[in-house]
Design a binder for this molecule. Structure first.
Ligand SMILES: [Zn+2]
Length: 377
């Protein structure tokens, strides 16, 4: 985390992305790279990209060594389900959908996954449950060391999926969108459809992957799903790519699609820390993840959601600002006892971790809670 100073922080002139966001860039108008990308998307040569998509799909099909053509990681949420459907029904690929079971699953997420896999649509699906002790340990270490409360799970979404692809001789994995490009961050892969393990470690694991594995004290076997032999990865023909490269990414379209097609369910009330109820419903740690993001960088889940709404023209910046002021600072109270139980921590130990990661330039403690010293402008 780079040290920030209250005086030199700023917000995107179009959405509400903050200058503290890792790897984000701004243009001379003060538009963040997500907002610039939104403009670029409107005039991009998408047919050209689709042509490339068809080329790699054909090549993969032609050279396939196993039963499946590709993997789509899928939680039963809106995005993976949409991508899996497109690949299978529009592009006639033999798709294997795979879920790495998240920690502290939520009922609504489990229901959605069931709806997705049990409809007459007959998606083939694999549920991976990693070593529970390893998952808990990696998540706890990520929480304490990095303020990344489901670090272990984020790692497995790549390592475990890649291991599955290699084991089943599958050469192509489609992730949904590149969050760095769509929501703000590195633009390194804007014009590059394929990404490698180095890109994952740098952007998604935020470095430190090996350090955390080592610190866990877990054995090689226990770490199987959390590690990857980079040499073996490079030896294979496996291609990792994002669906968002080939078609303009639109999370709201995905939501409407799965709602109609798979009777997708939202949570009954807005999710903690935001005003929406249809994204990231599969696990309760996401609320802690975005709360820590808020403490570390000054922006939370509502900022992210408002950005999506502003960029798709469904909300003004002013409306977004009001919602961010209302929701970003929401502490995930309703899950706290669940977290304490999961990490095996006392309330004081847990609060200490939050305190360690809170950015003291941006926040001050008032009545036992961190409160922003800045005002969004
Ligand atoms: Zn922006």
């Amino acid at each position: 985390m780079s040290k920030t100073n209250n005086k030199n922080i700023f917000w995107c002139k179009n959405c509400l992305n903050m200058s503290t966001r890792p790897r984000i860039t701004f243009d001379e108008r003060g538009f963040c790279n997500a907002c610039q990308w939104m403009e670029e998307k409107q005039k991009l040569n998408w047919p050209e990209r689709e042509k490339y998509l068809k080329k790699i799909l054909n090549e993969t099909k032609k050279n396939k060594k196993g039963n499946y053509d590709c993997i789509v990681p899928c939680s039963g949420g809106k995005d993976g389900s949409y991508v899996a459907y497109q690949l299978r029904d529009k592009y006639e690929m033999n798709v294997l959908t795979v879920t790495v079971r998240p920690p502290l699953e939520l009922d609504v997420g489990e229901k959605n996954l069931k709806n997705f896999t049990k409809t007459k649509d007959n998606f083939e699906h694999m549920h991976i449950t990693t070593n529970n002790k390893s998952m808990q340990k990696m998540n706890k270490l990520g929480f304490i060391e990095k303020g990344s409360p489901y670090y272990g799970w984020i790692v497995t979404v790549f390592t475990s999926i890649i291991r599955t692809a290699l084991a089943h001789k599958i050469d192509l994995v489609f992730y949904g969108e590149d969050g760095e490009i769509e929501y703000g961050g590195s633009t390194q892969n804007k014009n590059n459809p394929i990404f490698d393990f180095k890109y994952i470690v740098k952007n998604y694991f935020e470095g430190d992957h090996q350090k955390i594995c080592k610190k866990s004290g877990l054995s090689k076997n226990e770490l199987h799903h959390f590690t990857l032999d980079e040499k073996e990865f490079n030896k294979n023909n496996l291609k990792l790519t994002h669906w968002g490269y080939y078609e303009p990414w639109d999370p709201y379209r995905n939501y409407l699609f799965v709602k109609e097609k798979y009777t997708f369910q939202e949570t009954e009330t807005a999710n903690v820390g935001t005003f929406t109820n249809f994204a990231q419903n599969d696990q309760s740690i996401f609320a802690l993840h975005t709360y820590l993001m808020y403490l570390k960088f000054g922006f939370g889940r509502a900022t992210q959601d408002a950005g999506i709404e502003i960029r798709r023209g469904a909300m003004t910046r002013e409306q977004g600002k009001n919602l961010v002021n209302l929701y970003d600072n929401q502490y995930p109270d309703k899950f706290e006892s669940l977290y304490l139980d999961y990490y095996q921590m006392t309330k004081d130990e847990f609060q200490n971790v939050l305190d360690n990661h809170a950015n003291k330039d941006l926040f001050e403690k008032k009545n036992g809670r961190w409160s922003p010293k800045f005002k969004i402008s």
